[in-house]
Design a protein around this ligand. Structure first.
Ligand code: FES
Length: 239
């Protein structure tokens, strides 16, 4: 095998924690390797495939990392890699998908009683667990930004960062509650951004779309029709 791509799916892990795992994996790999995370900032695995193929890799193995690894991602990743192969210009490398780690009995045994540090938990004074988490913040717009794996391939996490920056430039940060979400379903129409309380769903593909959304939907209070893909409550006809 010429190269490995380690694929991590972990929405609530900080960039620092992910990086230290990624560095350890890459250092231990028996060949060239990169690690990507499906739901956070950074390049998706299509970018990694592009880069390794450009560097001359002829065999690339996708190795899912995580216990247990999502069964829906297990089905989806080979399809997404197949789409990449289909659109590749020239002779593509061979791409393989490795079995998730839960199929490795020795690794499961190790996880069951690995010797790791532990700390004693002490009783917590009543109320501390929820301190400061009683009321929703004051805001006018609730923006849900999909950072699910299929939107991630289309740079959705970068959309999240770009949205926060645009809200800052427009001085709208305190008016908006921005929530990163998992898959919202219309992945093929992604990257998806949903605007409540109006319930308008948008497809935001680049910075121009994003600026149009901020200017029209948030500042002017109109609906950018060219970006609209759905409205909450409307039923779609099945084909
Ligand atoms: S991954 Fe974004 S809508 Fe499915």
């Amino acid at each position: 095998m010429d190269a490995f791509i380690y694929i991590v799916s972990a929405s609530y892990v900080s960039e620092g924690k992910f990086r230290s795992l990624a560095n350890a994996l890459v250092a231990a790999a028996p060949c060239r390797a990169v690690a990507v995370r499906l739901e956070a900032s950074g390049d998706g695995f299509w970018h990694a495939l592009d880069q390794l193929a450009k560097d001359g890799a002829t065999q690339i193995e996708l190795r899912p990392i995580g216990l247990p690894f999502s069964q829906s991602l297990e089905k989806w990743i080979p399809k997404a890699a197949g789409s990449w192969l289909e659109t590749y210009e020239g002779a593509p490398p061979d791409v393989f998908f490795a079995d998730p780690l839960q199929s490795d009995g020795a690794l499961i045994k190790h996880a069951a009683y690995a010797r790791v540090w532990r700390k004693k938990i002490t009783p917590l004074p009543k109320g501390e667990i929820g301190k400061g988490w009683d009321e929703p913040p004051a805001f006018k717009h609730h923006l849900l930004v999909c950072t699910g794996p299929r939107c991630h391939l289309k740079d959705a996490p970068n959309l999240l960062a770009a949205l926060k920056a645009e809200l800052g430039y427009a001085r709208l940060t305190s008016d908006c509650l921005v929530t990163a979400t998992g898959c919202l379903f219309p992945c093929n129409n992604g990257p998806v951004l949903v605007h409540y309380p109006l319930g308008n769903w948008y497809r935001i593909t680049d910075l121009t779309d994003l600026r149009t959304f901020v200017a029209q939907a948030l500042r002017a209070g109109t609906i950018p029709q060219n970006l609209l893909i759905h409205q909450t409550g409307k039923i779609h006809e099945t084909a």
